[in-house]
Design a protein around this ligand. Structure first.
Ligand code: CA
Length: 530
């Protein structure tokens, strides 16, 4: 992959991803100055920043600029070899249509199962496994958020210390529930997202709700009878009927004064804490991991170091029988032909096309397309456009067959590699992967983001050694060693796999857990607001 193993820190490092590439990215921290001679003998005509592209050959106007072996754009004008190929020099290719795609054409030889790997997890009554033991308090509407938060602060201070096996208490705060067109097409997405998050394996089936009373999203609509499958199977001994929804309703006539509401929430919480406290970790196979992978604050190294290492680890997880989800529709849209080809069956490919078409129409309604994805930071980090970003993002999915597709907010029911269709927005993607049942999250970043979630451990992977050095107490893994030439993609992928088992077992905390960095849940609501 690397043209030049770095012999000394001063040696020029350029990285190309495919033998047909006519550009390479500069690996050196701080970039390379004009006049620098590359190992090939090519001399840079101008300064090229780190992560940015240099033309390896003369490119005529209109010629394809090839990275990852595909055209990430077309030269706007003649570009001489040794020039900096930045975003203003590229015309972006049109998005690939959704017709005539290769359907399940890649026939992969089955890879050898990876056996013998385990972690210590909390087995739930429905068979799912938690990596943490958390009381979640679900809310039907934003109106109750501040009251719930007040109660949660008191629960943490007064109750949680009595329940040593419980890791945390989390209020599932969100902006939905009222002032929304609740019957409009698309409204089912935020509603099922919230429902399925409440059933995340880390919450042990202990669902309790706080409701206002007059809101559109009534408790019975959020949690219809039978939806609390985990709780249904529990043998309750505390008088709470097992199928009965546990709701604290603030407008209930019984409440006189604010403290009545707070104490009611605390009383209900204590019953759930008692049951959660009885949970104990047991040894379970690695196949019980449900891993969501995503990236945020990407740079040109994302697709060179961190994401390929995640992709290698994804393949290990699939071989171990685990569930892995990759997402971020606008970041895979430009690779749709690779994905439909890798679908395990024509039905999976068709489901993928259906989700992409839905998202194309969603963006189109808003007068946008997938090119709205890239950020100023992406571009500063060397990513010229969404095509280049997508090629680096898609690598997180590894090389395994894609055996399932989830629509936004749906719950995952199968093992193997699944495409969970979500927006690329970090918080919305993470929220939807939580709803799918994720019990471990892997997040790669090149520009750097302190992202974390309250409900699951988030393992953060830096794409560059400089970021890992500066953010040494925020990044859990440095994949920059791949670009430095001091470790291989395979080595970092294996390290990641082993770290996952340690973190899942509770033996190690991620930095986001250590500092309690918890980003908001952000529901994806494509339906109108009233
Ligand atoms: Ca993202």
């Amino acid at each position: 992959m690397s043209d030049t193993p770095a012999k000394t820190p001063a040696a020029a490092i350029t990285i190309s991803m495919h033998q047909h590439d006519n550009v390479a990215i500069v690996g050196n921290n701080g970039g390379l100055a004009a006049g620098t001679m590359l190992p090939s003998g090519l001399v840079l005509r101008e300064r090229v920043p780190q992560g940015h592209k240099v033309a390896l050959v003369d490119l005529a106007a209109g010629a394809p600029v090839l990275r990852y072996g595909i055209a990430i754009g077309y030269a706007v004008k003649d570009i001489a070899a040794g020039s900096w190929v930045h975003e203003q020099l590229l015309n972006m290719p049109a998005a690939r249509g959704l017709d005539n795609l290769p359907i399940a054409t890649v026939k992969l030889a089955p890879s050898a199962p990876l056996e013998g790997y385990t972690f210590e997890g909390f087995r739930n009554a429905d068979g799912s496994v938690g990596t943490r033991n958390i009381l979640a308090i679900t809310q039907t509407v934003q109106c109750v958020a501040a009251v719930t938060d007040f109660a949660v602060q008191r629960i943490k201070a007064e109750l949680l210390p009595k329940f040593h096996n419980v890791d945390d208490v989390v209020a599932l705060e969100h902006g939905y529930g009222c002032g929304v067109a609740i019957d409009a097409p698309g409204a089912e997405i935020p509603i099922r997202t919230l429902r399925n998050i409440s059933l995340n394996p880390n919450f042990g089936g202990e669902v309790m709700l706080v409701s206002l009373g007059c809101e559109k999203l009534q408790p019975e609509r959020l949690m219809p009878p039978g939806s609390i499958a985990i709780h249904d199977q529990r043998n309750t001994t505390d008088g709470l009927a097992s199928t009965e929804l546990d709701v604290v309703c603030l407008q209930d006539d019984a409440h006189v004064g604010f403290m009545s509401m707070v104490e009611s929430i605390m009383r209900q919480a204590e019953r759930h804490l008692e049951r959660l406290n009885a949970r104990v970790r047991e040894t379970v196979p690695a196949s019980e991991l449900v891993v969501g992978v995503q990236c945020g604050g990407s740079d040109a190294f994302s697709g060179v170091t961190a994401n390929p290492a995640v992709g290698f680890c994804t393949d290990l997880l699939v071989r171990a029988g685990a569930s892995v989800m990759f997402s971020e529709t606008t970041e895979v849209r430009d690779g749709i032909d690779q994905l439909t080809a890798r679908a395990s069956t024509p039905e999976v490919a068709e489901a993928m096309i259906r989700e992409m078409a839905w998202y194309d129409a969603y963006l189109n309604r808003g007068g946008a397309d997938r090119s709205a994805n890239t950020t100023p930071g992406n571009k500063k980090g060397g990513l010229s456009n969404i095509v280049e970003k997508a090629m680096g993002s898609i690598i997180k999915s590894g090389t395994s067959p894609i055996s399932g597709v989830l629509a936004p907010g749906e719950k995952l029911k199968q093992k193997g590699l699944t495409y969970a269709a979500t927006p690329a927005s970090d918080f919305i993607c993470g929220t939807l992967q939580l709803a799918a049942g994720m019990n471990l999250h892997v997040f790669t970043t090149g520009r750097g983001t302190p992202y974390g979630l309250a409900a699951v451990p988030v393992i953060k992977v830096a794409t560059r050694s400089d970021l890992a050095r500066r953010w040494h107490d925020l990044m859990d893994i440095n994949a920059g060693v791949i670009a430095d030439g001091s470790a291989t993609i395979e080595q970092v992928g294996w390290d990641m796999f082993r770290l996952m088992l340690e973190v899942a077992s509770g033996r190690k905390k991620t930095w986001a857990e250590h500092w309690k960095l918890h980003n908001a849940l952000v529901l994806f609501n494509p339906a109108p607001i009233t």
